[in-house]
Design a protein around this ligand. Sequence first.
Ligand code: MN
Length: 738
Amino acid sequence: MAYTVSMEEENKEIARRYKDLLKGTYQRLTVSDKKDIRKAFEFALEAHSEQRRKTGEPYIYHPIAVAKIVAYEIGLGTKSIVAALLHDVVEDTHYTLEDIEGEFGETIARIVNGLTKISRLSKEQNASIQAENFRKMILTLHDDVRVILIKIADRLHNMQTMDAMPEYKQQKIASETLYIYAPLAHRLGLYNIKTELEDLGLKYTEPEVYNDIYSKIEDSKEEQVQYIEFFSKVIKDTLSKEGFSYTIKGRSKSIHSMRRKMRTQGVKYEEIYDKFAVRIIYESEPSQEKFDAWKIYSIVTDHFQPNPTRLRDWITQPKTTGYESLHITVMGPLGRWVEVQIRSERMDEIAEKGYAAHYKYKNAQEKESGLDSWLNRLRETLENPEGNAVDFVENFKLNLYAEEIFIFTPKGDLKSMPKDATALDFAFSIHTEIGMKCRGARVNKKLMPINYVLKSGDQVEIITATQQKPKLRWLDFVVTARARTRIKAALRDEQKEIAQEGKDVLVRKLRSMKFTFNESLINEMVAYFKLKTSLDLFFRIGNGSIENSHLKEFAAQRSNVFVNFFKKRMRSSPDTSNIEKNVVNENYDMLVFGNEEEQLDYTFAKCCNPIAGDKVFGFLTINEGLKIHKHNCPNAVSLQANYAYRVMLAKWIDSTQQDFNVFLTVSGTDKFGLVSQLTRIISNNMHVNIQSLNISGQDGIFDGQITIGVKNKQQLKKLTDNIKKIDGVETVERIYKQ
Ligand code: MN
């Protein structure tokens, strides 16, 4: 495919494209704006004059096209148009950033600098470097969102003109687009661009699928037009009678989202019922917009039966991206369900143009602050130096695509959270300290545990307790990146603190046992207790899972010369490859069951002999209690199929790191001050948490149920022994809830 055009024709074409850029920008351009753009155009034209695109076309076509996307589709102003025209100059030509700053000033230079940095970064190949780049790229969001917006425009144009590229490059660029740029565009509210990026991404990653769906959509175009006409006819008269000015159009689902639907729901193209939506766009005064939307809703549902479970009111509560619209699915003509989207011209513009349109409607301040707070949240996550970049991108993407739910604060303010967020996530979203001290929540005035999964519309008040501390198992249910990083950081801090305490304790104890505290002794102990590091050892002494009796056993072992001799020999020829592997399982010393992760008594099944770390499940036998089987045990399938109700979820844990909920019943004679004694004893025990406490008394007798979090059985035993010592307490029993 040779590119042959005369110089004259080519210059004409460049001039035509440039004029086209100026013709209908989204923002109104002043004379001086036009001057600036002209200057940038001429600068870029000269700078790129020696360069050609892969197609053979002059390079300048690309910056002009990017500037056009920036102006028309994103709707940014002069500064961004200028920066878009110049975006590849520093990267690809002999001009420097200083040249740009000298000619166009500091702001433009800064934006171009950001864009240059990103394009240098994205030349790396490796996936994790890619993720790291992305992280850096997001950091620039904080400097100037325009950098990212122009970068997205750049990517869109590159995707639109990728045919001349070698296939391996197409693959790489397309995957990166699906992985990073489409979610980003989505989050910035650039729905049209996001859709186009996704469709183009699919076109190059799965061409057959893309072409198949594409041609099917083409084939059904006519039918769709007819359907919309049919639909319009029914409601036209009523809408006009009410004095509405409006347009009705059909909106096809994107190829990519059809693909997603076919895959997730396992349906064929023909079976997708909502291939397109009907969109009603009406003229309205700002003060009447919402009222008008519901008037139109009422007209539509007068003629077509609505599906009450599929009403989405994004007008009363817009999405955090600023999206506003009223969606309803109705039984349309020909007995087909069809989604109707009702929105004013202003809402439509915001939906199409996204972020930039907010500038135009200045009174939409809330949406601006919504974006601000999103950027702030992102920055916080980024500034946390822990964790690797791939994790970060995954978390970020989760947050991007997560559907939103809306939660009321006690004062009635609305906050948006990702779907599946828990009360604890919500606590962290209010403030880190509130998250750290979160003990539970009052949801719609009812007391709920911290892992309660929030539902849209819940009113949530967080309950805190000063002695509360983050727990490892919190990580099992939080879904927001923010909560996750905060909990991890706190756990590390706490572990270090406990280890420090433990070290002090150990020094004292060793002294009283006439040992000298030194490195080689500590190494011996680490090996004896099958731990990895001295930190693990100090930590376990600090939290009480290695006790005096264990230390004595160690001392006894050590004084045994014979044992010592063998130990030394074993240590002199360590098989490191195996040690590494075993250590991981070494910590998995205990099973917990069910969603509540209860500690129950169990034995291992003889048929498959599971060991710590294996994938296992519990099976309740009639006579022999709870038996543990491997997932791939020969009997597993038949047990699970025939006695599903007796199968229990089982999970391996490191008992020294975890808290278990244990339920105790306490009874005795009712004495004054008993409850306060009870709570004091429980909380004086190191690292025990009271989850709930219920005491009821009658005729001088009391009954109590206590739920506590403990680390291990020793700790529990110590605690129950201490409770028994309280004057008046008769029995303390552990109960197993079903
Ligand atoms: Mn470019």
